[in-house]
Design a binder for this molecule. Structure first.
Ligand code: SF4
Length: 387
């Protein structure tokens, strides 16, 4: 007999998590969620880990849903004291039909002019398309769908059984098409790519092709992470349903490990990049930047630097090069003023005073800065093309 969900309303003291700066995957600096627990109950969900889950038993995660009844008010109060940046929010599990908290939280972001990033497994997000469009009009909205396989995937049935409480991927792709038609940036998060289940070339290619065919503009990929009680839970499910895979996963995730061998993930990431290229979309999420916003140029520059770091990483370039671009991206992100102004006032010397910007990277970005800032210096080198 299937277990019925139980709902518990409560009033936490805070709802907003703040990062020091935007991350390089979803470009979000803030996150705020209205529920703990998720009725979609995906077997591979990292939210069952102890650090994220309020439940002693991982089995309760999909069936006891804690609703933060005051989350819209808390969010409004917290965001009114924050610099404008992307808020990762929205949760469209079935509980949302009862509580409407995600909608109210989107409305708060809209009222205060904050861009939003929504990552979903449910087409219920379409219910709030009006609010998302209003946000898109003032700031920027992105709606991505978590999809790890398509009906064409060779192991579609097995993949489905690991997330069978969530709406099927066909419905998510149909929703993606409507989001795209509404002029909102959308795409796929193919996370986690499960070894032996959805990491074969044809399956990955079908995810990219379906995304492109439904108006998606990007596919991000990521690996499975397993820790503490979630590790035990996932191995138990594998043992019950796919005992043939259990040994392989136990080798990939020995006790104490969190993620698989990095090289395995890099190979998947390169295949996704290759397929995205073939279907004319990106393997990185474009940064939602508001035209004319303060530090718009800096944000675009950070995006280019972070994209370069990612490309260097998946093509297995030396770590020192990867980290040079990451550090440069952080340095520009942390700048209070427009980097073009720094260049206009002080030229290359100004850039050299920014901690984290190496000479090589300065040489690459300088020509564009000169062009953008009107600064003239004949000693320029070749550039990292921006925009
Ligand atoms: S939909 Fe997302 S949050 Fe919910 S169980 Fe699945 S992976 Fe976890």
């Amino acid at each position: 007999m299937s277990r019925r969900a139980e709902f518990v309303s409560y009033a936490p003291k805070s709802v907003l998590n703040k990062g020091k700066r935007a991350d390089h995957w979803f470009w979000s600096r803030y996150s705020a969620y209205p529920y703990l627990g998720c009725q979609h109950g995906c077997a591979f969900c990292y939210c069952r880990e102890q650090k994220y889950s309020p439940f002693d038993s991982p089995d309760d995660f999909a069936y006891v849903i804690k609703a933060k009844q005051n989350s819209p008010e808390l969010l409004r109060r917290a965001l009114s004291r924050c610099t404008r940046d992307v808020v990762f929010t929205g949760d469209y599990q079935p509980a949302e039909r009862l509580f409407h908290l995600s909608r109210q939280m989107l409305q708060v972001c809209c009222d205060l002019g904050f861009p939003v990033m929504v990552l979903e497994r449910s087409p219920l997000v379409l219910r709030d398309l009006d609010v998302l469009q209003a946000i898109q009009g003032k700031a920027r909205a992105v709606v991505a769908f978590s999809i790890i396989y398509t009906p064409e995937s060779s192991q579609a049935g097995r993949c489905r059984s690991l997330e069978n409480l969530a709406p099927p991927p066909e419905k998510r792709f149909a929703a993606m098409e409507k989001i795209a038609a509404a002029g909102i940036l959308t795409g796929t998060c193919c996370m986690p790519v499960l070894p032996g289940l959805c990491d074969d070339g044809p399956s990955l290619e079908s995810v990219v092709r379906w995304t492109a065919d439904h108006g998606g503009q990007f596919v991000l990929s990521g690996s499975l992470t397993l820790a503490d009680q979630q590790r035990d839970f996932f191995f138990r499910i594998l043992g019950q349903h796919f005992p043939d895979l259990l040994d392989r996963y136990q080798r990939l995730y020995p006790p104490g490990s969190y993620a698989p061998v990095h090289q395995d993930w890099l190979a998947v990431a390169r295949r996704i990049a290759e397929f995205c290229d073939r279907y004319g979309i990106r393997d990185r999420m474009p940064r939602p930047v508001i035209p004319g916003e303060k530090r718009e140029f800096n944000k675009r520059l950070v995006e280019k630097l972070a994209d370069r770091a990612y490309l260097l990483e998946i093509t297995q370039q030396p770590d020192s090069r990867v980290w040079a671009y990451r550090r440069a991206a952080w340095a520009v992100e942390d700048l209070e003023q427009d980097v073009r102004l720094v260049y206009q006032r002080m030229g290359r010397k100004g850039l050299e005073q920014i901690p984290g910007l190496s000479g090589v990277i300065i040489g690459e970005i300088e020509p564009q800065l000169r062009e953008e800032s009107g600064y003239k210096d004949e000693s320029a080198k070749d550039s990292l093309k921006l925009g």
